[in-house]
Design a protein around this ligand. Structure first.
Ligand SMILES: CCCCCCCC/C=C\C=C\CC(=O)SCCNC(=O)CCNC(=O)[C@H](O)C(C)(C)COP(=O)(O)OP(=O)(O)OC[C@H]1O[C@@H](n2cnc3c(N)ncnc32)[C@H](O)[C@@H]1OP(=O)(O)O
Length: 719
């Protein structure tokens, strides 16, 4: 796992050999320790270079090993041994130097990096802090403000930025190991004391208290409820105020609290879940490793409203050449300007040149004739989309993949309008499409595995986390949102206020509660769908309100708001008031309180006190229950799929893993008991009825999430 060889006569070259990314597993740590000892004891060796096999330095500790019993040598003493070495040790950094990998490099006396390397301390994203001296060494090397920023965000930086910060000594464009060996030869015999970072004082910061206070406030706001960023700030403060050895003790104390926390488990689960969703499968048995994606060199986006513009930007930024089509001339011109400005802004932020040259605009649908893939993003209207798919099927060259950005319509209906339904898949982006990481790739009953593989690969190229899901109403994300929103309306009927419900959900960790979120996305969208479904009927100011519709309880509260022209932020009024159309700051609205009182009086409902616990249980457990139904019915292939969708598309707090992981942390038996309880008192609300899979999981002893698949499969085989 780490190999010592001898080069250029006097250099001991230690190569980490743990593919694919040379993580510091027990065997690797052992290997480094033994190789180091051998090199230092060998009189022929005058300097040491540490590098990683296959162009990757080291991606840090092996996250899979984290748990109560870590075997093998501990990282911290190993790293100390390197720093105190009496021969110069040079890190030859290429690929990635992350977490424990960067800490390993920090204890070397010199750091040479290839220009394409990414460096960082991403432990905070795993619910941890850089616990192998990173919080004490980095501030001594690059100063407190820069260290705080890197450690609390976990951001990966380029070699150029690392050089500018003083994190590396030299950046090379040629062979990194060769450069490091040459460098090691040049410093043999030189004194090392000034190269030992632990011996340096932390650079003085005059307004220390103010800096730490400001950063603490920022992380509390930005990462609401997350404990790791706070511990990171506390650890860096120790570097600024304590001698190195004391600071190390503080780092270890903070690390051990984080290490066993539920948040760390959730975030580490999420790390692997993000990678697991790439290994998709379909109920037919087709999967990522049996299906080949087609290359997409040229894509078209049809319909340049908000979604189409975002998709155009994301494709261009991914280096795909785009034909952007909008039939209305005015909208086309506006879109062109908007896309240009967004690309310019993005380029300024990232420092790379904008990709505007990749885009051609047209108001003629014939312009899509020779593209490899089309993403349709016209209005969410079934008959319009059906017509568009008929046209696309006639115009496009044979084999062109036809994708729809629909968020709610039946993909099979669209596919049935084409000559080749196997070439039709859903690509459900989330607004703003060039920013949001999630992409639901929806397969219909006839979608070919090749079409799914192509959409998944294109999503990856666009920097998205793509999840393959089946074609049920609302797909996975929006389907689960329905019972969650429904419960929030019922809670209002029973005595809650939008403020109370939102507060409970925001304290849980959502960036916005359900009512603020609905105001942002527009209340009229759901209203239109409910009207199409025959659910929303005019309520008026007098007369009977029917609460039972389609055999289940229905709350018309959202419809009433829409009847009053309250569509949310865009009209300045919704569940809250915003001062003006397009206003962003939500303020309580007495009109809503009056409405709720009058509504309850009309229905003979008595308001009762509702606490935050009930809000969370009813909103979250009904959403979780729907997710379990989706798994049971096979529309998602694993709980990880659902969790990734919720974390990256719906603001589920990252440090809670996702709804399925959260349910397992709360205890499936508890979720089942509470759903049973609420369903007993609300038998006309089917979404509270615990699904078969939940009962089965509890009956099987509530196995951890990664074992649910076995039980899901059994239920599906029986269906
Ligand atoms: C009681 C208290 C005691 C506490 C004592 C603890 C002592 C603590 C001392 C030190 C602690 C150090 C903490 C850390 O170092 S935590 C790890 C920090 N590192 C990271 O977060 C890096 C994570 N990896 C990545 O960002 C990427 O994988 C990257 C390296 C950029 C490569 O990206 P890419 O090329 O896209 O490849 P993949 O992401 O698909 O990864 C390839 C496979 O490798 C697996 N992988 C990657 N990193 C790790 C890791 N650190 N541990 C385990 N496995 C890792 C990844 O899952 C992929 O596997 P698979 O193909 O099976 O999906």
């Amino acid at each position: 796992m780490a190999q010592l060889s001898y080069v250029s006569g006097s250099v001991g070259l230690i190569t980490l050999q743990n593919p694919p990314v040379n993580v510091l597993s027990a065997a690797t740590r052992q290997g480094i320790m033994e190789s180091m000892k051998k090199a230092l004891n060998d009189p022929k060796v005058k300097s040491v270079v540490i590098c990683g096999q296959n162009g990757v330095f080291c991606a840090g500790a092996d996250i899979k090993e984290f748990g109560p019993n870590i075997s093998g040598p501990s990282i911290v003493p190993l790293i100390y041994d390197i720093e105190v070495a009496n021969k110069p040790v040079v890190a030859a950094i290429e690929g990635s130097a992350l977490g424990g990998g960067l800490e390993l490099a920090l204890t070397c006396h010199y750091r040479i990096a290839h220009s394409k390397t990414r460096l960082g301390l991403p432990e905070v994203t795993l619910g941890l802090l850089p616990g192998a001296g990173g919080t004490q060494l980095l501030p001594r090397l690059i100063g407190i403000p820069a260290s705080l920023e890197l450690i609390t965000t976990g951001r990966h930086i380029t070699a150029a930025e690392a050089l500018q910060l003083g994190l590396v000594d030299h950046v090379t464009q040629s062979d990194t190991v060769d450069s490091a060996v040459k460098f090691a030869l040049s410093v043999e015999g030189e004194p090392l004391d000034s190269r030992r970072i632990s011996k340096r004082p932390c650079p003085h910061l005059p307004d220390l208290d103010a800096v730490f206070e400001a950063v603490m406030q920022k992380v509390r706001q930005k990462f609401y409820g997350a404990i790791a960023p706070i511990a990171c700030v506390q650890a860096v403060r120790a570097a600024a105020t304590l001698p190195f050895s004391e600071g190390m003790k503080r780092e270890q104390q903070l690390m051990s609290t984080l290490f066993t926390s539920g948040q760390a488990r959730a975030l580490q689960y999420s790390f692997f879940a993000q990678r697991a969703v790439g290994r998709w499968s379909m109920p037919s048995g087709a999967s990522w490793n049996t299906s080949k994606a087609r290359p997409v060199h040229r894509a078209a986006v049809l319909g340049l409203g908000t979604m189409g513009r975002g998709i155009t930007v994301a494709l261009a930024q991914a280096g795909v050449s785009v034909v952007a089509v909008e039939i209305q001339e005015k909208q086309l011109n506006e879109a062109r300007e908007h896309v240009y400005a967004t690309l310019e802004r993005g380029a300024q932020q990232s420092g790379v040149s904008p990709s505007c040259a990749n885009i051609t605009y047209s108001h003629d649908i014939q312009a899509v004739a020779d593209v490899d893939l089309v993403i349709e993003a016209v209005l969410e209207d079934l008959s319009l989309k059906e017509k568009v798919f008929q046209q696309l099927s006639a115009i496009c060259k044979p084999g062109t993949l036809l994708c729809s950005n629909t968020s709610s319509l039946d993909l099979n209906c669209l596919a049935s309008q084409t000559k080749n339904p196997e070439l039709v898949v859903g690509m459900h982006f989330f607004a703003p499409a060039h920013v949001m990481k999630l992409l639901e790739v929806v397969y219909g009953s006839k979608s070919s595995p090749e079409a799914v593989a192509t959409a998944m690969q294109l999503g990856k190229k666009m920097g998205k986390i793509s999840v393959a899901v089946g074609n049920c109403r609302g797909f996975v994300g929006n389907r689960m949102l329905k019972p969650y929103i429904e419960q929030s309306y019922f809670l209002l009927e029973e005595g809650a206020t939008p403020e109370l419900v939102d507060k409970a959900l925001e304290e849980f960790g959502f960036p916005m509660g359900v009512f603020r979120m609905s105001d942002l996305s527009g209340l009229d969208v759901g209203w239109r769908v409910r009207k199409e479904d025959g659910l929303a009927e005019p309520v008026g100011t007098s007369g009977q309100i029917t609460r039972l519709r389609g055999g289940r309880r229905y709350s018309p509260l959202g419809d009433i708001l829409c009847e009053h022209g309250r569509f949310g932020q865009k009209t300045g009024l919704g569940w809250y008031q915003y001062g003006r159309p397009g206003g962003r700051v939500a303020k309580s609205d007495p009109w809503v309180f009056n409405l709720l009182e009058e509504y309850r009086a009309r229905l003979g409902l008595t308001a009762r006190p509702i606490d935050q616990q009930e809000v969370l249980e009813r909103c979250l457990y009904s959403l979780i229950n729907e997710g379990l139904c989706i798994l049971e019915e096979g529309f998602a292939s694993s709980p990880e799929d659902i969790d990734v969708i919720y974390v990256f598309g719906y603001g589920w707090p990252k440090h809670r893993g996702g709804p399925m992981f959260y349910a397992s942390m709360v205890g499936l038996a508890t979720v089942l008991e509470r759903l049973d309880h609420y369903y007993r008192s609300n038998p006309d609300v089917p979404s509270l009825k615990p699904c078969k899979l939940l009962r089965q999981l509890v009956a099987s002893g509530s196995p951890p999430v990664h074992k649910w698949k076995e039980i899901t499969k059994k239920i599906q085989n029986r269906l």
